[in-house]
Design a protein around this ligand. Structure first.
Ligand code: ZN
Length: 321
């Protein structure tokens, strides 16, 4: 049974990432009033549970807490408790970690997929407020998805719905972390952007060196933020890499428009640092590929409000029931 938490009460949001566990004490308006972080234990599993318990105890010593919401890069069952699959966090799948945490604190505890939690933060407190339906892409190393219809997170029959990054766009294409081949994540994620840039630099080393000099890095430590900096300075090779990524994302947005007819598509994650430099070509590509073009309105494509805190803000609100 889900319990409804009083609106004046504080809840904890915890975001479990591949390298760090972010925790925050959040009020009912989505404001983080206290925060702390820990490294994600490599062993995952029970050590990760111990890390979460430790964070919650630290917060409880300072605040009256009414619930715990956990955002995790994993497929979560519809009951918001069981992990269906967590390829990037060790030894989590075998553990009902929500039950382990409940045992210690006797508080409502829920777990939610990180992209779903971030979508919820945008819907409740961010740039997706009042939009229906509204879909969300979180584009970092990978590509997560979230969907809110009629004010509710859409989870599907088994909790794995709205995984928009795993639409297959190239059968037998690049292998994806999910085990399938040719998912849009492999063409429109931050990892794909880096692949496009590195391929272009290798194919044209002289122009490639100009790009690297512009952001003061070697090819071996080229990062997304360095590439963004080069693109903002007008480097054509960097801009071409963003345009290729944007073209793929725009084509996917065209398909999703005919599936879901969203009022808006919100884009979050590291790629948002590039701003309009990325979103403008996404809109152009969506128009270029749109089925039934000219006969219907197009969704707005907008940047997310929240950055790294989105998952914990969303999870902290979802536990309110
Ligand atoms: Zn995939």
């Amino acid at each position: 049974m889900s319990t409804t938490i009083n609106s004046s009460a504080l809840t904890i949001g915890i975001d479990i990432g591949g390298t760090k566990v972010l925790g925050g004490v959040v009020d009912s308006t989505g404001k983080i009033i206290d925060s702390a972080r820990r490294p994600t234990p490599l062993a995952g599993g029970k050590e990760l549970v111990a890390t979460i318990i430790d964070l919650v105890k630290e917060f409880q010593a300072k605040h009256e807490i009414a619930g715990i919401g956990i955002s995790v890069a994993a497929l979560i069952s519809k009951d918001q408790g069981t992990i269906v699959g967590a390829p990037n966090i060790a030894n989590l799948s075998q553990l009902n970690f929500v039950a382990e945490i409940k045992k210690v604190f006797n508080l409502p505890v829920i777990a939610e997929n990180d992209a779903n939690a971030a979508m919820w933060a945008e819907y409740k407190f961010g740039n997706a407020q009042g939009l229906n339906p509204v879909m969300f892409f979180i584009i970092g190393t990978g590509m997560g998805g979230g969907l809110v219809i009629d004010g509710k997170l859409f989870r599907g029959a088994n909790g794995i719905g709205a995984e928009f990054g795993h639409m297959i766009v190239q059968p037998n294409g690049v292998q994806c972390g999910c085990g399938a081949n040719g998912c849009i994540e492999q063409y429109a994620s931050g990892s794909a952007l880096m692949r496009y840039a590195k391929e272009a630099i290798t194919a044209n080393p002289a122009a490639g060196q100009e790009l690297l000099d512009l952001c003061g890095v070697e090819l071996s430590n080229l990062t997304g933020s360095a590439l963004t900096e080069a693109a903002k300075k007008g480097n054509e090779m960097a801009l071409a890499a963003f345009n290729k990524q944007a073209d793929w994302l725009g084509s996917a947005c065209a398909s999703y428009t005919l599936l879901l007819d969203p009022q808006a598509i919100v884009v979050g994650g590291g790629v948002v640092d590039a701003g309009e430099l990325f979103l403008t070509p996404v809109r152009s590509a969506m128009e270029k590929y749109m089925p039934f073009a000219g006969t219907h309105l197009l969704p707005k494509i907008i940047a997310a409000k929240f950055g790294n805190d989105a998952g914990l803000i969303g999870a902290a609100d979802l536990v309110r029931g």
